[in-house]
Design a protein around this ligand. Structure first.
Ligand SMILES: Cc1ncc(COP(=O)(O)O)c(C=O)c1O
Length: 398
């Protein structure tokens, strides 16, 4: 009888030659539990998904209750489904007033596709400006605006009329530009922040040219940076906001949110501007609603993300760490090389602490735990990381 791991290699499509292949039996809070009794601290939240913790009891209850009422009923947008209506209403109530219309999708990439299509439809323009080292997803539209050639070149030709701009100067935005799309804080670039002045200049230039500003907060929203939405740090508001990852509380769910007057471009000439069968699945929306209610009630978790992040920065002090950067609990610890980083990550996993590197920044370690992590757990995790760094540094000096 082949083992689960053997069957995994045999029958599941692989995305790298060296998947982690951890066998996880259950998950709770910040912990994942392996088959042979292993206990791992998840310091990456399944890549910024489990902000309210794995299997948050309120999310699980909502899933159970909704699954007993109905699952899929109809393609997106036709029936009035309570979980969709309630989640959209709650989301709009915590967003700037103009962002009052939510389109639910299956994933982050689909939210990005929808947002780009909407910008083209509303403005009647085709030019899209994105940024170096941006990651917006892996579908062909999202790949077109990826700010890294290595992962996209095999798929060319991609969308025409895309400009990948440098992050250190304001791009040329004109009356031909449909939209500028930017991660409020870049994730896969290795947690790179833009200055407030830069983001405000983008906003101003978009206003001057009738260009839509799309903020991708798929990785950085829902309390992770110490505010419910990261744009709140910078005094700007998007025309279209893209969400996913932690939106579903652990279930697959994405959304793009825009003013109704923009969103209604999808409904005529021709109608059905974006179509999705499963987008806004009722069980996922019920889970997302429970997760958002939890976060809004336990607001202290959002405020504490800042202090917790500062504590991690303070604790992770070692000559091998060049810097720990980021906001709140969206952090990157940078080492000299990928090899050193990978050795630390691998050994941390052996010692029960899961971290990761970034797609476009392989010398930096991702630290983005669930927001429910406690101070004691942070101290314990940092202790493991520091001991591992010390032993690898010692090894590489010998
Ligand atoms: C900033 C950002 N945008 C978009 C995406 C794509 O989301 P998904 O993987 O759900 O398609 C990701 C995923 O990592 C992301 O980090």
């Amino acid at each position: 009888m082949p083992s689960q791991r053997e069957l995994f290699y045999q029958h599941l499509a692989q995305t790298t030659p060296f998947p982690l292949a951890l066998e996880i039996e259950r998950a709770e809070g910040i912990y994942l539990y392996g088959k042979a009794g292993e206990k791992y601290m998840d310091l990456i939240s399944g890549i910024a998904v489990s902000n309210v913790g794995h299997c948050n009891p309120e999310v699980v209850k909502a899933i159970r209750e909704q699954s007993e009422k109905y699952l899929h009923l109809m393609v997106y947008g036709e029936y009035v489904q309570t979980p969709q209506v309630e989640l959209a209403t709650l989301l709009c109530s915590v967003l700037p007033e103009k962002l009052n219309s939510v389109y639910f999708t299956n994933s982050g990439a689909e939210a990005i596709e929808g947002a780009m299509k909407l910008a083209k439809r509303f403005t009647g323009r085709t030019e899209i400006i994105a940024f170096k080292d941006a990651y917006h997803g892996s579908t062909q539209g999202a790949l077109s605006i990826m700010g890294n050639e290595k992962l996209k070149q095999a798929y060319r030709p991609l969308l025409p009329d895309v400009i990948i701009a440098d992050t250190n100067s304001l791009p040329v935005i004109t009356e031909k530009t449909a939209c500028v799309i930017i991660e409020t804080i870049q994730g896969e670039a290795g947690v790179r922040e833009f200055s407030t002045a830069f983001l405000q200049s983008l906003r101003k230039r978009c206003d001057e040219t009738g260009t839509l500003l799309i903020l991708d907060e798929i990785q950085c929203a829902f309390g992770r940076t110490g505010k419910l939405f990261a744009f709140e740090h910078y005094g700007i508001e998007p025309d279209i906001l893209c969400l996913a990852k932690s939106l579903g509380g652990g279930m697959p769910l994405g959304a793009f949110v825009a003013p109704q007057e923009i969103m209604q471009s999808f409904t005529h000439n021709p109608m059905l501007g974006h179509i999705t069968t499963f987008g806004g699945h009722p069980v996922c929306c019920a889970a997302g609603l429970a997760a958002l209610k939890f976060l809004l009630r336990e607001k202290h978790l959002i405020e504490e993300a800042t202090q917790k992040g500062e504590l991690i920065k303070q604790l992770l002090s070692h000559p091998a760490i060049k810097e720990v950067r980021g906001k709140g609990l969206l952090l990157a610890a940078e080492f000299e090389s990928f090899e050193f980083n990978k050795a630390v990550i691998d050994r941390c996993i052996q010692q029960g602490v899961i971290t990761d590197w970034f797609l476009f920044c392989d010398n930096s370690m991702r630290i983005a735990p669930p927001l429910i992590i406690t101070t004691a757990e942070i101290m314990k995790a940092c202790d493991v990381i520091l001991n591992v760094i010390a032993s690898i540094a010692k090894q590489s000096h010998n």
